[in-house]
Ligand binder design. Sequence first.
Ligand SMILES: Cc1ncc(COP(=O)(O)O)c(C=O)c1O
Length: 365
Amino acid sequence: MNQVIQRAYNFNAGPSALPLPVLEKAQQELIDFRGTGMSIMELSHRSAAYEEVHNQAISLLKEMLGVPEDYEILFLQGGASLQFSMIPMNFLKQGEKAGYIMTGSWSEKAFAEAKLFGTPYEAASTKAGKYKEIPGFDELKYNPDDRYLHLTSNNTIYGTQWQDFPDTGDVPLIADMSSDIFSKPIDVSKFAMIYAGAQKNLGPSGVTLVIIRKDMIEKANTNIPTMLKYSTYSKNNSLYNTPPTFGIYMLGEVLNWVKELGGLTEVNRRNEEKAALIYQVIDQSNGFYVGHAESSSRSLMNITFRLKDEELEKKFLADAKKEGFVGVNGHRSVGGCRASTYNAVPYETCKAFSEFMVQFQNNHK
Ligand SMILES: Cc1ncc(COP(=O)(O)O)c(C=O)c1O
């Protein structure tokens, strides 16, 4: 008997919605991956069938992001959180400086790890204003001889996003793009390194993507454990040890899906359209819904807002749940409401939610 599957209205912040066509293809290929008689998870990571998947994912990333020749694509594990430690471990020594631009909890976590290895400092912070905005380029204070400057391109918890990136000249710019990678075109050449946990726009959790300029790998510290050196991954095409093969396969399929939609420019257009549905309701609500982010720093990935009183907010979240909207609670550290509208969240899901918001306001005037 054919079962009709009802896909959820999924606004989870990560892991989050994956494209339905990708899930269907993975399901179809699960038991017999391309004539091998086994699933991708059962293949050796040294087999030709797996290596093709691995290398195709790397080529697609390079092609679609326009990654220049002097960069490497690496697949690691340990999430973006391990990068918070690996970056200073590889690039800082005691007494050496790196600037951290503080735009939310993830920047704070990255900064805390760097203190274990060198002398990081705050190159800017919007904490005093409750992380409602991204600092202006003219507010960034860093030094030409710093080892690097670190930023978080999209603040998943506060719902703010860099709209453009500074040109930092000879100071290597490193970005945590965990929650907006692949949501729009970016100029990779502005960055010495980009990293992202895969579980928002790229695939399932378990893979961490690193895009790194080769000179960074060459000048990294050497007295660190093998698995924590970027050079180990670059020398071995990320196959020094067993990589998360299923996750990399899914990442490749998600990239193919984006390519078929029309690439990053088209995905960005769709993301703008989806986010506008919800931001418009907030803006036209006469203060019934209050957006957390300043308009100029709004994220297209995580839309954060509160209701005018807490009781009503509880009711809103409870009703949203009843209507089938999943993951609308704000992060446990800040509360409120958050709709994460990553690439794979369909327009219809955002439309349904915006209509629910209007209806709720009408019922509670
Ligand atoms: C911007 C950002 N950085 C880092 C992390 C931590 O990522 P992971 O759970 O992969 O360590 C997250 C998780 O949501 C995030 O949103």
